[in-house]
Design a protein around this ligand. Structure first.
Ligand code: APR
Length: 228
């Protein structure tokens, strides 16, 4: 089975009603990244950070996977598919995708403030400041903040280096190290980029740009890959 590696960003969940970060009216508009998405912000005002992620968690729980998430699941009939997502929602899993690696964590789990490898499911949408893990440390959202290491990056880079086919869906490629992953994909492997606003990538005859929203572009590419 050919290895198909798919890197997704906020754009794939936009049509599920979840805001992207850098489009106009993006998620960061109205929020100071330093305040809500850095370790310093957390130390300064943990209650505010919890509130911000509680609201996002509520939106995620209310959202449903869309046609793009569902189409990717069909690829598993023919390919060895791994999805690497920058998204902290769980819409790929809820659509039924088997292998999903979360580069930036997942909002429906919490983690220990002192040991990020200790993670726990959150019951419902609310994680309150003051809630402790079983070892007594403060719980925070299981999300990678700006300035923090991305523990999954080496696994992701290795997966990309083994890709026979690569897809990039709904990401501006503005945030490293995730944005650098495409450079690990072999030159000879076809790359499909689906985004209404195609990000800058190294040009090649094997780069196919599908300038479309995910719910239109992804099913088209999936149909082609299943027919090939
Ligand atoms: N379908 C597909 N793509 C879309 C759609 C859509 N309906 N709507 C918007 N997009 C595209 C935009 O054109 C843009 O290229 O999705 C991309 C969203 O880019 P960002 O908002 O920068 O999101 P992302 O690339 O996932 O951000 C990366 O930045 O803030 C951090 O940790 C956060 O994981 C996030 C990371």
């Amino acid at each position: 089975m050919k290895k198909l590696i798919i890197l997704t960003g906020a754009g794939i969940s936009a049509e599920s009603g979840l805001k992207t970060f850098r489009d106009s009216d993006g998620l960061w508009e109205g929020y100071d990244i330093e305040e809500v998405a850095t370790p310093q912000g957390w130390r300064k005002n943990p209650a505010l950070v919890q509130e911000f992620y509680n609201m996002r968690r509520k939106s995620v729980l209310e959202a449903q996977p869309n046609a793009a998430h569902h189409a990717l699941v069909e690829l598993e009939n023919k390919y060895d598919v791994t999805i690497i997502t920058q998204n902290i929602d769980d819409l790929h899993e809820r659509a039924g995708s088997g292998k999903v690696e979360h580069l930036h964590g997942v909002i429906i789990r919490s983690q220990s403030d002192i040991d990020p490898t200790l993670t726990y499911p959150i019951d419902g949408w609310e994680l309150k400041f003051g809630q402790l893990c079983e070892l007594g440390s403060q719980l925070r959202p299981h999300v990678v903040w700006f300035g923090e290491d991305v523990p999954m990056i080496e696994t992701a880079a290795k997966l990309c280096s083994e890709a026979d086919i690569f897809m990039l869906i709904g990401t501006s490629l503005a945030v490293y190290p995730a944005a650098g992953l495409i450079n690990y994909v072999p030159n000879y492997s076809p790359k499909y980029i689906i985004d209404p606003n195609i990000p800058k990538v190294r040009e090649s005859a094997l780069v196919h740009k599908i300038e479309a929203k995910a719910t239109i572009g992804v099913p088209q590419v999936v149909a082609k890959l299943l027919a090939d």
